[in-house]
Design a protein around this ligand. Structure first.
Ligand code: 13P
Length: 252
């Protein structure tokens, strides 16, 4: 049995004031969390602030990105895995479609970051997903296979027991257009089957989150699918009640 995992990707949102309110809401409801792993991924500059405000062991910390260099060096503006570790960060989102599209991160760079995160004891949340154009031209599986293959080539398939995969169709992110449960399940099954061809027991263990316009009113139906093991939540993770309702849907 895989334990569902829900993570909130706050993206570049929040202020000290808004985060104080959000954390108060999360703290108040965290004790009710059962049978679900939960993490919040604030902007790096707020990591320590969130850690200070967080008063529940049921919510872990994650980062939204990290440098390819593991520890330190002349890399202006970057944050290393060692620095994230230093602040008690457990997870790091890597290869989010916004990093791929807006910051030009390639499959190979993302694979290198996944490898560094693993070496440094962080759990990568590896994002994969196709654009609308790719879906409409029938290359969804090909695109996702290539995104996964770049990582497998570097880390090997066995490392996927320590890697969380987030399937996030780019056309569903921030658009209010969720993949239907059947559409999402089909891709999740494809991902698990691809890993199973290399190592069946790893494939059975790997956590595959769905991300893209997950809300309290559609979460339960998505999470009920056989190969959907929780979610990576953007907009709805900025509201404590909505995020906690989604976490509860994953644990049900
Ligand atoms: P939304 O939930 O806002 O669509 O964002 C999804 C996402 O990109 C999470 O990483």
């Amino acid at each position: 049995m895989r334990k569902p995992f829900v993570a909130g990707n706050w993206k570049m949102h929040g202020s000290k004031a808004s985060i104080e309110g959000l954390m108060a809401g999360l703290n108040a409801q965290a004790s009710a969390l059962k049978n679900v792993d939960v993490a919040v991924c604030p902007p790096a500059i707020y990591m320590d602030y969130v850690k200070t405000l967080l008063n529940s062991p049921k919510i872990a910390l994650g980062a939204q990105n990290m440098a390819q260099e593991a520890t330190q060096g002349a890399f202006t503006g970057e944050t290393s895995a060692a620095m994230l570790q230093d602040f008690g960060c457990r997870y790091v989102i890597l290869g989010h479609s916004e990093r791929r599209a807006l910051f030009g991160e390639t499959d190979e760079e993302i694979a290198a970051k996944v490898s560094v995160a693993l070496q440094m004891g962080l759990t990568p949340i590896l994002c994969v997903g196709e654009t609308l154009e790719q879906r409409e031209s029938g290359v969804t599986e090909k695109v996702i296979a290539a995104q996964l293959d770049a990582v497998i080539a570097l880390t090997g398939v066995d490392a996927f027991t320590q890697i969380v995969i987030a399937y996030e169709p780019v056309w569903a992110i921030g658009t209010g257009k969720t993949a239907s449960p059947a559409q999402a399940q089909a891709v999740h099954a494809f991902i698990r089957d691809k890993l199973a061809r290399l190592n069946r027991s790893v494939a059975e263990k790997v956590i595959i989150q769905y991300g893209g316009s997950v809300k309290p009113d559609n979460a339960a139906e998505l999470f009920a699918q056989a190969d959907i093991d929780g979610g990576l939540i953007g907009g709805a993770s900025l509201n404590a009640d909505d995020f906690m309702a989604i976490c509860q849907a994953a644990s049900a």
